[in-house]
Ligand binder design. Sequence first.
Ligand code: 57M
Length: 360
Amino acid sequence: MLYHLLYPLHDRFSGFNVFRYITFRSAGAVLTALLVTFVLGPSMIAWLRRLKVGQHVRNDGPQTHLAKQGTPTMGGLLIVAALVSSVLLWSDLRNKYVWVVLFATLAFGGIGFWDDYLKVVKKRSTGLRAIQKFGLQIIASAVIGFFLYYNPGDPNSTSLSLPFLKRIFLDLGWFYIPFVIIVIVGSSNAVNLTDGLDGLAIGLVGIAATANAVIVYLGGNKIIAEYLKILYIPGSGELTIFCGALLGASLGFLWYNAHPAEVFMGDVGSLSLGGALGTLGVVTKHELILVIVGGIFVIETISVILQVGSYKLTGKRIFRMAPIHHHFEQIGWPESKVITRFWIIGIILALVSIATLKLR
Ligand code: 57M
């Protein structure tokens, strides 16, 4: 909004010329989202506590988690509020990619909110049934897939760029739509599974947002994209501002979700953030780099698939407990050590993902 209000005045006030720069507006988005979480955080946590929107902790998990019983959840409302308000304030609202990613954030956040509401407020322990939850996620991501398929922002709209390989793009044709569904629904649930330790998921989202900001900025700049031989998506550079807001909201929420957590994000947060990250990867055509950036989310999901598969097929567990963060808790690592070590790996993977842009 500020871009539309102030940039046109730059011929009268030359200082307003800065609003044309994505880097300036991205920095503004980080600080705005951070400020919104700090201003709203304490009162929202008190509000959730007053409403007794407390987490029910299963007793079959790590025993250390039982002390978390009753921690306010649905703090993802704070993340989404900070993220969306900052994006609306700093983005060029004529950019369709901004609205695509905002749609994903709000649609998946709405699904998560419904699930949380049923679990925490209506005391329905299972929340939404799996078929309902997955069905709604598939519909939301199909809307995105069809929109991108029929509104190509670029000639490569249904092609897939491959890490390490320059100028080789795989055209998926109509299969692009189910591909988009798989990426976004997978990403949303991967963050959901990862959100099982204080600050783990939100810290990794902040790392992914930072790496995505660099990748999206470079891929949205014609000169740099040409030099790096990566797909240039006209207009996608504007999503750098979304990544900045995502970083700011993540850092702000981490202030309260850090161990010992005062609040959990709930499915409203985890599904929303995962949906946003997946959509970012799809829109910028860096889906496969997303696998590297979000490597921990992938590992967590694979650990669950392996554990459930092995248990169903052989009755034996591969890990002490899945997702894998619980396995390390069960072998004696303190929660804060698991979290910090997973963040370290996340930072290394983020650096590798940025390096893949040059290693072609
Ligand atoms: C999302 N939710 C956390 C919180 C957060 C198939 C199976 C692997 C599914 C999986 C599952 O239920 N996943 C759902 C994980 C829960 O966190 C809430 O959920 C929101 C995110 N969706 O915002 O509101 C618990 O996580 C802990 N937590 C923190 N700090 C945080 O900042 O400590 C969350 C955020 C919270 C709190 O304890 O209660 C969760 O873990 O449920 N199931 C599991 O993850 C369970 N694993 C399991 O059943 N493994 C079996 C299967 C695979 C055969 C096995 O390995 O044998 C674990 N989860 C729990 N207890 N709570 C283990 C048992």
